[in-house]
Design a protein around this ligand. Structure first.
Ligand code: WT7
Length: 651
C-alpha cells in the first residue's frame, strides 16, 4: 500500500465482467480477444511499420510519403514527404463510390427542424465555402476562428478550412467574448465565422453579439462571416461583416482540394490548462486524419448501415474527431443535434434515438448521470431497440452509472465502449474493442493497436499490477499533438519533462490482474490520507453506488492529523439531505471500499461546479473544502451560480 514513490492505493473492487455476445462478436471487425492480441502485438513490435502500412492503405495521397516517423523529441513528424488533404479524405474520396448518395450528416435543430446532407451535397457546400474563404484572402496556414451553433455549416466551415490548407480554431459556442478574444489573439486569427444566434433550451444564444464584443479586442481578425440561423436582429459592421448566404450565392462550386504536406497544421483547439491560460493544442493533417479514421472504425466497430450519434459539441476534440474527421473519413452517416438534452423535455435524446433509429450512441458520463437523475420514465416512453453499441467519453464513468447505461439504454444487449483519450491525443487511445474485449464497469480496458502506454511511479519504474501510478505513452502515435501553439517551452515542460522519453498524460491509472486499465483521476486531484494516496473516482464511485446519490465529487482538504481529510460533495436523486443520510453514506463508503476512504465531511449540494464540457471542477471544490475565501481561476466554469450556492451553504 502507501509508498513514497508516488504510487496510488486502490480500494475499488469491481469484478463484474461483460463479454460481447457471440452474435455481436461474429459480425464485428475484430471479433475475438485473440484477434485483438495478434493485431496489438504486431503493432507493438514495430509501431512505425504498422502505421505506415495503414497510412498507405487508408489515406489518399497526392504525393506518397517517404518516411513514416521522424522523431526529434518532443516533436514528431509522421508520413514525412507526403502530401494529402484532410477534407479530400473525408469527402471527395466517397464521390467515386456508392457512398456518393449516402447521408454524411443527418441533422436536427433544437426547434425540431431537420436537414440531411449526402456526401455529394456536402462536397458542393464545402467547395463553395472554400471558395468563399479564398475570396476573403484566406490562404494556407492562416488561422480561422469558428464560433457557431451545432449546425451543419459548422462542419462545412471546418472542412472548407482543411480544403484550402487553413487552420481552424473552433471555440465552443458557450464561451464568453473574453474567451473568444483570448483565443483569437493567441492564434492571430484573420477571419471569424459565426451565426446570428443558436438555439439552447428554447432561447436564442446571441453569438453575433458576443463576437462583436470579442472582435473589438481581436485586431488580427479582418473579416467576419455570419450565418443566418435564428433570424434574430444583429448589427453588421460595414466592410468587416458578411452574410454567409450572400457570399455562398456568388461562390463557384469548383474548388479542388489543396494538396498539403502531411505535417501541415489542420487545427488548433484550446483546452484549459490547470493554470487557467488556455493552451492551443496543435494537430496536423495526415497523422491525425488516419488516427481519427482508424480509431473510429475499430472502437465503434463501424458498419455501413450504422447511424452514429456523438452528442458532443464540435467545440471539443470529441466533436472534431468523432463528428467530423473520423466518421467522414470512414464514410459513415453521422447524426448531429443542435440543442440541449432536456429541451423541450428530458427525453429529447431518446426521442431522437427512436425517430432516426440511431445504432451507435456516444455520450458523456455527466449526461448519463443527469439522465439517471431525471428518471427512468423518460426513457421508458421510447423504443431504443435500434441501438447496438454505446460509448462514453470525457471522465471516468462510475460503475453504477455504467450499469444503468447498460441496462436502461442498452437493454442489456449493447456493449459499452468506455473511451480514454485527451485533446492532446487526437483520438481514442484506450477502449474496449466491442467484439473482442469483455468489459468491466469503470475500466477503459486495453490500449488500441499502435498505442503503447505504461504506468510509472515517481522514479520512472513501472508499478506492479493493482498499484496506481502515472499514465504515460512510451511511443509516439500519429494522432498526437504536435505542440502548444506559440509555446514550445510549455509543451516540453508539461508533457515531456517528468519522465525522459515518455509522454505524460497527467492522469493516474492502474492495471489489474487481467491487464485492464483503470483511470484513477488527474494527478493533481489525488487525496493523501495518512500517507495513503486515494483516487477521486474510487471514492466517488462508492458514493454513486448508493441508491440516493446522483453525483459525487471527492477532494482532499488539509487535516492536521492525517495530512488530508476526505471531503465530498454530493447531489441526491432521492432521500433527504440530513445527518442521518450523512451517516448512512459514511457507512456505505466504509462497507464498499474501506475505512480509509470514509468521508470526513459530506456536503449536500444541488449541483456540482463543472467545466462547459461537463467535467467536475475538483480544483474549485478543494478551495471550498479548505475554507478558502477566494477560489482559483473560474473562467471555464459552466454555471457561476453553482459556486455561489456552494459558498452560501457554508454560512
Ligand atoms: C481528460 C482529457 C477525451 C476527449 C474529451 C475530453 C479525462 C477522458 C476518460 C475516460 C476516465 C477520462 C482524463 C483525461 N478522461 N476520458 N474514459 N475515463 N477519464 O478531452 O478535455 O482533453 O480531457 O479527461 O482525465 O486526461 P479533454
Amino acid at each position: 500500500m502507501g509508498t513514497d514513490s508516488g504510487q496510488i492505493d486502490t480500494v475499488m473492487q469491481e469484478t463484474r465482467l461483460f463479454p460481447p455476445s457471440a452474435e455481436f462478436a461474429a459480425q464485428s471487425r475484430i471479433g475475438s480477444l485473440a484477434a485483438y492480441q495478434k493485431l496489438y502485438d504486431q503493432a507493438k513490435s514495430n509501431p512505425v511499420a504498422f502505421w505506415e502500412e495503414l497510412a498507405r492503405k487508408e489515406l489518399h495521397w497526392f504525393k506518397p510519403f517517404e518516411r513514416g516517423l521522424v522523431w526529434e523529441e518532443p516533436l514528431a513528424q509522421w508520413f514525412v514527404g507526403g502530401q494529402t488533404n484532410a477534407c479530400y479524405n473525408c469527402v471527395d474520396v466517397h464521390l467515386a463510390s456508392e457512398k456518393r448518395n449516402k447521408a454524411a450528416f443527418i441533422w436536427e435543430g433544437e426547434p425540431g427542424d431537420t436537414r440531411t446532407l449526402t456526401y455529394q451535397q456536402l462536397h458542393r457546400e464545402v467547395c463553395k465555402f472554400a471558395n468563399v474563404l479564398k475570396g476573403l484572402g484566406v490562404k494556407q496556414g492562416d488561422r480561422v476562428s469558428i464560433y457557431m451553433p451545432m449546425v451543419p455549416e459548422l462542419a462545412i466551415a471546418m472542412l472548407a478550412c482543411a480544403r484550402v490548407g487553413a487552420i481552424h480554431s473552433v471555440v465552443f459556442g458557450g464561451f464568453s467574448a473574453e474567451a473568444v478574444a483570448d483565443r483569437n489573439n493567441d492564434a492571430q486569427a484573420i477571419l471569424q465565422i459565426t451565426a446570428d444566434g443558436g438555439y439552447r433550451r428554447g432561447k436564442n444564444l446571441p453569438l453575433k453579439e458576443t463576437v462583436d464584443a470579442a472582435l473589438a479586442k481581436s485586431p488580427s481578425v479582418k473579416n467576419c462571416i455570419v450565418l443566418r440561423r435564428t433570424g434574430s436582429t444583429v448589427t453588421m459592421q460595414e466592410g468587416r461583416d458578411h452574410w454567409w448566404h450572400e457570399l455562398m450565392d456568388r461562390a463557384s462550386a469548383d474548388c479542388p482540394a489543396e494538396p498539403v504536406d502531411s505535417e501541415n497544421s489542420l487545427f488548433i483547439l484550446y483546452t484549459s490548462g490547470s493554470t487557467g491560460k488556455p493552451k492551443g493544442i496543435r494537430h496536423t493533417t495526415a497523422g491525425y486524419t488516419l488516427f481519427a479514421k482508424k480509431t473510429f472504425e475499430w472502437v465503434f466497430d463501424y458498419r455501413d448501415d450504422d447511424l452514429f450519434w456523438c452528442t458532443a459539441d464540435c467545440g471539443w476534440v470529441t466533436g472534431h474527431s468523432y463528428i467530423v474527421y473520423g466518421p467522414l473519413a470512414a464514410g459513415a452517416t453521422v447524426l448531429m443535434y443542435e440543442g440541449a438534452p432536456n429541451w423541450p423535455a428530458e427525453d429529447r435524446f431518446w426521442d431522437i434515438v427512436e425517430k432516426y433509429r440511431v445504432t451507435v450512441l456516444y455520450t458523456a458520463p455527466t449526461a448519463i448521470r443527469a439522465f439517471i437523475k431525471w428518471g427512468d420514465h423518460h426513457v421508458d416512453k421510447h423504443d431504443l431497440s435500434s441501438l447496438r453499441l454505446l460509448g462514453s467519453v470525457g471522465e471516468g464513468i462510475n460503475p453504477e452509472a455504467w450499469m444503468w447505461y447498460h441496462r436502461k439504454i442498452g437493454g442489456g444487449r449493447c456493449p459499452i465502449v468506455d473511451t480514454w483519450w485527451q485533446t492532446e491525443t487526437g483520438g481514442i487511445m484506450m477502449s474496449p474493442l466491442p467484439g473482442a474485449i469483455a468489459t468491466k464497469p469503470g475500466s477503459c480496458t486495453k490500449p488500441l493497436p499502435g498505442v503503447i502506454p505504461e504506468i510509472l511511479d515517481d522514479d520512472g519504474k513501472p508499478v506492479p499490477a493493482n498499484h496506481g501510478g502515472c499514465l504515460v505513452m512510451s511511443h509516439p502515435w500519429p494522432g498526437m499533438l504536435r505542440g502548444i501553439w506559440g509555446d514550445d517551452k510549455r509543451y516540453q515542460e508539461q508533457y515531456w519533462s517528468k519522465f525522459p522519453h515518455r509522454y505524460l498524460a497527467g492522469d493516474n491509472a492502474r492495471i489489474d490482474d487481467d491487464g485492464y486499465y483503470w483511470i484513477m483521476g488527474r494527478i493533481d486531484d489525488v487525496i493523501n490520507v495518512s500517507g495513503h494516496r486515494l483516487s477521486t473516482i474510487e471514492v466517488e464511485s462508492a458514493l454513486v453506488s448508493h441508491p440516493c446519490v446522483a453525483e459525487a465529487a471527492a477532494v482532499g482538504r488539509p487535516d492536521e492529523l492525517k495530512g488530508q481529510a476526505v471531503s465530498v460533495f454530493v447531489t441526491l436523486k432521492s432521500g433527504t439531505a440530513d445527518d442521518s443520510l450523512r451517516e448512512e453514506l459514511r457507512k456505505h463508503v466504509r462497507k464498499e471500499i474501506g475505512a480509509l476512504a470514509q468521508p470526513d465531511d459530506i456536503r449536500f449540494t444541488g449541483a456540482l461546479p463543472k467545466t462547459r464540457s461537463g467535467k467536475i471542477m475538483r480544483r474549485l471544490l478543494r478551495d471550498i473544502a479548505a475554507g478558502k475565501e477566494s477560489v482559483g481561476d473560474t473562467t471555464t466554469l459552466e454555471d457561476y451560480t453553482v459556486l455561489a450556492k456552494l459558498r452560501s451553504d457554508e454560512e
